[in-house]
Design a protein. Sequence first.
Length: 105
Amino acid sequence: MKNLGKLSGAVLALSLLGSTSSYAGSCYSHGEKSASALMEKAKDIFKSADMNNDDSLSKMEHSKAGLDKYGVAFDAFDIDKNNKISWDEYATIFRKHHGDKGSDA
């Protein structure tokens, strides 16, 4: 519960990025500075949703965080189909739809 307020703000920020049915924010390109800021926000969202701090999101964590409401479909981010989303998987899909800028995040 301590992360609920932080997560709500982060999810709202993600929703402002735009969405499709499968991916968060794939509708416009970003400059280097804004792309880096978006990647940092994505990292914050990921960390906030990771309730057990195991550096991955289970379907339950994903669902409790409400990420599918904002265009972050679990199956789209679970590249290796092991029923967990690692930060690398999340970042890979995020970069695919926001470009490579900010990849140092």
